[in-house]
Design a protein around this ligand. Structure first.
Ligand code: HSE
Length: 433
């Protein structure tokens, strides 16, 4: 059997997991790949005393991997934007294939990297960058190749989902975030998880691979979960909904929607049952209908599972001497659509509104009339006498679908009413129809 040599850059959570699984399951992975996958070199700015490298050469300069002539495949697991970009472009320039788990890199620099890789005839594979261990890139690029993909929606940040799940059980946001960091789920900068930036990286990649459009991370709309309160979680539940932090991408004639925000989803939908660090991605295709991919979205060996699946794909190619089989973003570059990202004002959604009202006669009628003047249909309304405090009472409203532009105007009008105290809280809602 032939040997295919990989060099691993980065020995953090995912790097360590990849080394361990590649070593532990070497024989069965070789049986699947049709070649031995040999770890030729490992490099990391910081060593790991807890990891037995079994004599594999180690260096603290990650560029040693890229410059090692024996390495066929560079596995980039350092994360971040700039050094990772330099490393990957250097690997491509040296004619090496690349496997990466770095969603930030692909979302921001992917167009440039794929062009360089196309010219060099090498693979850049990024399955592990999206939804951890779930093979959703393979599903979207290959399994759904027959379909026009109309929309993709998912829980694609394990840390955020872990936080929202534990908050539902009554725990404090900051305690749960610390726990998610200790478990190795969170990004080096956890604001990426909490503010939706990590999810936007992944959604950008999913949308590009599913719709055949360029990567446009800088246009994605992101709203985080820091403002979600136990009150809203509990009241969404009373209305039959659950709050999840979703990435939603939709392909329309006039552009694509690309948005990450807290979202009410019906409790009866499967996605509402996806808890903890688990991720799930719904992909709607015109031929197959709605499909859902579910599994661990973060963690050492879960992510290593996806990294190694890509290594196996590339190793088969190297061993057979073939050329790259699947286009980087699922479509040949000349078949990509030049569709831009639509502004949020052009997006349609249902809404959960929380309005702090003074408890005067006629307040509900005023609120209803402002919504009706803006063409907004109310699906349900809730006000509980037990929540009356200091002359104020919260009014919770669930609306039918409306254009965001209309909702912005309605909220502005509501906030200007003398019967309303402070800002209106709004959370979008999705029924996946
Ligand atoms: N911080 C990410 C998450 C890791 O929580 O989902 C996996 O991409």
């Amino acid at each position: 059997m032939k040997d295919v040599s990989v060099g691993i850059c980065g020995l953090g959570t995912v790097g360590g997991g990849t080394f361990n699984v590649l070593t532990r399951n070497a024989a069965l992975i070789a049986g699947r790949a049709g070649c031995n996958i040999r770890i030729a070199r490992v490099a990391s700015r910081r060593g790991r005393d807890d990891l037995d490298l079994g004599g594999v050469p180690f260096s603290t300069d990650i560029f040693d991997v890229v410059n090692d002539p024996s390495v066929d495949v560079v596995v980039e697991l350092i994360g971040g934007y700039d050094v990772a970009r330099e490393l990957v472009l250097a690997a491509i320039a040296n004619g090496k294939h690349v496997v990466t788990a770095n969603k930030a890199l692909i979302a921001v620099h992917g167009n440039e990297i794929f062009e360089a890789a196309e010219n060099a005839g090498v693979v850049v594979a990024y399955e592990a960058g999206v939804a951890g261990g779930i093979p959703v890139i393979k599903a979207v690029r290959e399994g759904m190749a027959a379909n026009r993909i109309d929309w993709i929606a998912g829980i694609i940040n394990g840390t955020g989902n872990y936080i929202l799940t534990e908050m539902r059980a009554g725990r404090e946001f900051s305690d749960v975030l610390k726990e998610a960091q200790a478990l190795g789920y969170a990004e080096a900068d956890p604001t990426f998880d909490v503010e939706g930036i990590d999810a936007a990286h992944k959604l950008t990649i999913l949308a590009a691979s599913g719709f055949g459009v360029p990567l446009q991370f800088d246009k994605a709309y992101t709203e985080g979960i820091a403002g979600i309160t136990p009150y809203d979680i509990a009241h969404a539940e009373l209305l039959g909904y659950r709050i999840k932090h979703l990435g939603i991408a939709r392909r329309r004639e006039d552009g694509i929607e690309l948005r990450v925000h807290p979202t009410l989803v019906p409790q009866s939908h499967l996605i509402a049952q996806v808890d903890g660090v688990l991720n799930a991605v719904l992909v709607d295709g015109d031929a197959v209908g709605q499909t859902m991919y579910y599994g661990p979205g973060a963690g050492a060996e879960a992510t290593a599972s996806a990294v190694i699946a890509d290594i196996v794909d590339v190793a088969r190619l190297v061993a057979s001497g073939g050329s790259p089989r699947v286009p980087y973003l699922g479509f040949r570059p000349e078949a990509m659509a030049d569709l831009g990202v639509l502004p949020m004002e052009d997006v349609q959604s249902a809404y959960y509104l929380r309005i702090q009202a003074f408890d005067h006669p006629g307040v509900l009628a005023k609120i209803a009339s402002v919504l009706s003047e803006h063409g907004i249909n109310i699906e349900s309304i809730m006000q509980k006498e037990s929540e009356f405090r200091d002359g104020r009472i919260p009014v919770i409203i669930l609306t039918h679908t409306v254009l965001e532009r209309q909702m912005n105007l309605a909220i502005e009008a509501l906030e200007s009413l003398s019967e309303i105290d402070g800002k209106v809280v709004r959370i979008r809602a999705e029924n996946f129809n």
